[in-house]
Design a protein around this ligand. Structure first.
Ligand code: 1GP
Length: 248
């Protein structure tokens, strides 16, 4: 049996591209979750990420229970802080915000989370999280009180990703921020994907099939879609209608 990390590595090896739908518990009405999951089951999504910058509601547990009952897709926590841990999920992106210099998001929250995670069976996926400038201030920037990397500083972005790889990160996540005006620059994805061995996740501001395919072509192994599906539950139908599988 493969772990989620092994499945991602396996897909990368075979050149199969992965797609995660991001559900923010704060933006979800539990009554609609059944319908939402139905849409996700019919979509090309391969993973469900759950999390947000600040999750104030306590619907996290309920949401994950519902997901585990109604879909076979892996449910991966994408937490903004240690309060967003649920043992009901399958795995957690154990994030370190490598682009910033706020020690809380580099190591403090990880120290707080470690004993909690030890008590669960969650698969821990060490993730180097790199925030890239995207045209205006995003929630990640505001909440983490860190500055994103400049869009044109390819060398700094690459050095940051390589440092993450050398520190033992399993995955690098290039983030423009939820609802970003501009997605991560394609040449940045390309430069990083070509110069590290570990898988690359790309998310933030990707709103159509073109954006997804551009990110894949640049070297993203997994693309994250949050806002586009949040705003339009038919989003994946339009993606499917215009192509015959994302891996063509
Ligand atoms: C945010 O990368 C994710 O953390 C998804 O962003 O909401 O812009 O799709 P969007």
């Amino acid at each position: 049996i493969f772990t989620i990390r092994q499945q991602i590595l396996e897909a990368k090896k075979k050149g199969q591209k992965l797609l995660a739908v991001l559900l923010d518990p704060d933006k979800i009405v539990l009554e609609n979750v059944g319908q939402l999951i139905e849409k996700i089951n019919q979509s090309p999504a391969t993973h469900i990420f759950v999390g947000g910058s600040i999750v104030q509601t306590n619907i996290l547990e309920e949401l994950i229970s519902a997901l585990k009952q109604k879909t076979s897709l892996p449910v991966v926590l994408f937490p903004g802080d240690p309060s967003q841990i649920s043992s009901k999920a399958d795995a957690i992106l154990f994030l370190s915000l490598l682009s910033g210099r706020n020690p809380d998001y580099l190591i403090e929250y990880q120290v707080q989370a470690a004993p909690i995670l030890k008590k669960t069976k969650l698969e821990v996926i060490s993730t180097g999280y790199i925030l890239i400038e995207s045209g205006s201030e995003t929630a990640v920037e505001r909440v983490s009180k860190t500055k994103p990397l400049k869009r044109d500083d390819l060398n700094l972005a690459l050095a940051t990703a390589q440092a993450g790889e050398m520190l033992g990160n399993h995955i690098i996540y290039l983030e423009a921020g939820s609802g970003a005006r501009q997605a991560v620059p394609l040449e940045m994805i390309e430069m990083i994907a070509q110069n590290i061995e570990i898988p690359v996740i790309v998310g933030g501001g990707i709103v159509d099939l073109h954006g997804i395919q551009n990110a894949y072509n640049a070297g993203a192994d997994l693309v994250v879609i949050g806002t586009a599906f949040e705003n339009n539950s038919h989003f994946f139908e339009s993606v499917l209608a215009t192509q015959n599988g994302l891996n063509d």
